[in-house]
Design a binder for this molecule. Structure first.
Ligand SMILES: [Zn+2]
Length: 504
């Protein structure tokens, strides 16, 4: 849900190609899992005499200690992330500026951005360690069935609702875990906003505003999540093994509805004001016209009430699209630089990065649900986590998502690779519009103001970052500029020959 709030949107939004690798990787992994489990060497390792019902009976022929497997996967993922953090830590410890950024940041800015990075680094280490410890306690001490049984006793005694009310049980159960996660993370969120972000002058929120947004966001998210989980449980019960077809269709429809609704939800968190008449408005509108972008609204959003970080994005559906500029962006950059950033955003639109992602990403949902069918119909999974009398589907779903972590992370990694490619493409698009110089200066200013790590560890960056580092982007902009100049001179006209650059 947080992605729906303007202040937390990632800078330069989605890309269509993210869906493609997810699809093929998920398919590949699904295939590998089924192939490896049915292969003779693996079967030989599994004790005989184990039977399951539903789809899994074809694949699993022996008892697997799922709890041990999930805990092992959980720790493997945790240690891998910690290793990446360790690599990134070496970057923050650098005392002198790497050659690549000597011309981009002063020594003082370099020290400051490292200190900011290190503060965030510590926070993420502590947060993930606490999370990891809590995950372990919950799984190891069989707290999942304990919560289910305690909740069942309370609902039966005080609400008159027996276990036959499975959907209600599922929603309450899911909400209880959401609440636990929320409370666990609350102090870290507060520390991040009011200590780390405030220390570097980024936080502009009062505690009241922070809590108001948090409560609103949590209410919206948990209501939606409880509805989705109830729908999923209902569809699994109703449709049987073919549930993933129906559930996939339902979740896809829901995600598209949310995509349409996000424009209605955003004003709950921020105020959107039409950009006032003047030179900037004329320039952005001219740029939109030049690219035949169906610009219905041009807004400035009051991001500065939350943060000093700057951003811009393009959204909306069909012929009713809008460009949204953070007020921080308008304050930090000159008109030409803002046009360069908008040019990059319009590049994402022109190159169909967003639309194709929206259309293709449901495929991952379908395959994820197909993999889920291997788990929810397998009683051994529930037994291994301490469920003996009842096998609540909602618990099977939560256990599945722990098991799914490495797959999800691998997909996230592939997604990030393609996302960075999209960013390069959108930058090159802005270069072809004639914005090479202002795009460079805009990115440098935003990097400096945002105290971003300009030369991150390559492994850490490849795994976590949706955007290339500043140094990589500047090099690619230069290369795109040369390529464009060559193409233009050989063809005798610009690639995007739609008149003069409007921001000049
Ligand atoms: Zn972008």
């Amino acid at each position: 849900m947080s992605a729906m709030t303007a202040h937390s949107r990632p800078w330069f939004t989605d890309s269509w190609l993210r869906g493609c690798p997810k699809f093929f990787l998920t398919l590949l992994l699904a295939h590998c899992i089924s192939a490896s489990v049915t292969s003779t060497p693996v079967q030989a390792l599994l004790p005989a005499g184990f039977a399951t019902k539903g789809l899994t009976s074809h694949w699993f022929h022996g008892p697997v200690n799922y709890k041990a497997l999930v805990i092992a996967i959980d720790f493997a993922v945790y240690f891998f992330h910690m290793y990446l953090r360790y690599r990134q830590y070496q970057c923050y410890k650098r005392q002198t500026r790497p050659t690549a950024i000597v011309d981009l940041v002063s020594e003082e800015q370099f020290v400051r951005s490292n200190a900011y990075g290190l503060d965030n680094w510590w926070l993420s280490c502590v947060t993930s360690t606490v999370n990891q410890a809590m995950d372990f306690v919950i799984m190891y001490y069989d707290l999942l069935p304990w919560v289910w049984n305690t909740m069942g006793a309370v609902l039966t005694q005080h609400g008159g609702l027996g276990p036959e009310y499975e959907l209600t049980y599922s929603m309450v159960y899911f909400t209880l875990f959401g609440l636990h996660e929320w409370l666990l993370m609350l102090p870290f969120g507060l520390y991040d906003t009011f200590v780390v972000e405030a220390r570097y002058g980024f936080n502009k929120q009062s505690l009241g505003l922070y809590l108001r947004d948090l409560v609103l966001d949590t209410l919206l998210t948990s209501t939606l999540a409880a509805g989705v989980i109830a729908a999923l449980v209902g569809v699994i019960r109703w449709a049987g093994p073919a549930f993933f077809v129906y559930a996939g269709a339902t979740l896809t429809a829901l995600s598209w509805i949310m995509f349409f609704l996000s424009i209605l939800i955003e004003p709950l968190f921020n105020t959107f004001t039409p950009l006032q008449d003047g030179e900037l408005k004329e320039q952005v509108e001219a740029l939109a016209n030049r690219l035949k972008f169906p610009l219905a609204k041009l807004y400035v959003v009051d991001a500065s009430k939350h943060t000093e970080h700057s951003n811009a994005y393009v959204d909306g559906v069909f012929r009713n699209k809008r460009i949204v500029l953070y007020d921080t962006l308008v304050k930090q950059l000159d008109n030409e630089e803002i046009c360069a950033v908008v040019g990059h955003e319009l590049g994402h639109w022109k190159l169909n990065h967003v639309v194709k992602n929206v259309l293709i990403s449901p495929i991952e949902t379908f395959i994820q649900l197909y993999l889920l069918s291997f788990i929810v119909y397998n009683p051994a999974v529930y037994h291994s986590f301490g469920f003996h009398d009842t096998l609540p589907l909602v618990a099977g779903i939560t256990i599945f998502y722990q098991l799914y972590q490495p797959v999800g992370n691998a997909l996230g990694f592939a997604t990030n690779i393609l996302s960075r490619r999209d960013e390069f493409e959108a930058d090159a698009f802005a270069v072809r519009l004639g914005y090479a110089r202002p795009l460079r200066t805009a990115l440098i200013k935003m990097g400096q103001k945002g105290l971003s790590n300009m030369v991150p560890d390559p492994w850490f960056s490849a795994y976590h970052h949706t955007h290339p580092s500043l140094v990589e982007r500047l090099a690619a902009i230069e290369a795109a500029q040369v390529a464009h100049a060559t193409a233009t001179s050989s063809e005798g006209q610009p690639l995007l020959s739609a008149g003069s650059t409007p921001c000049h």
